[in-house]
Design a protein around this ligand. Sequence first.
Ligand code: RB5
Length: 143
Amino acid sequence: MKIVIGNDHTGVEMKNAIVKYLIDHKYEVINLGTDSNAAVDYPDLGQAVGARVIQEKDTFGIVICGTGIGISMAANKVKGVRAALCAETILAKLAREHNNANVLALGARVIANQNAIWIVETFLNTSFDANRHGFRVDKLNTL
Ligand code: RB5
């Protein structure tokens, strides 16, 4: 599976920890940056990751900013993106099962890197329960 990841300057360290986890677990990773501590704007990265997730099949996105809020808002502007900001593994599990989230948003100033890795692991290992929740996600996609 392919994972597109993008972050602003607050998320470089967390991104690097997640990329290491992903590579160790044989995921294909597309890193859209930033890899620098110089300030960049979270809307640019959220939009770029969202667009790439929609372009390519079987792809999930991960976006990181200070809170995860701004970059999730940006990703959700892309038609077809369902980005979920998760600070606990239970949110990642339910975002996949109930909402068929295709982008995971994380706050680098809010949670520890190890927690972020557990959240990523949960997100990537949970399937959408289409039988129970498909009709609501279909409705969401028409908005
Ligand atoms: C950048 O300082 C900060 O505003 C950004 O990372 C994010 O938290 C926005 O939602």
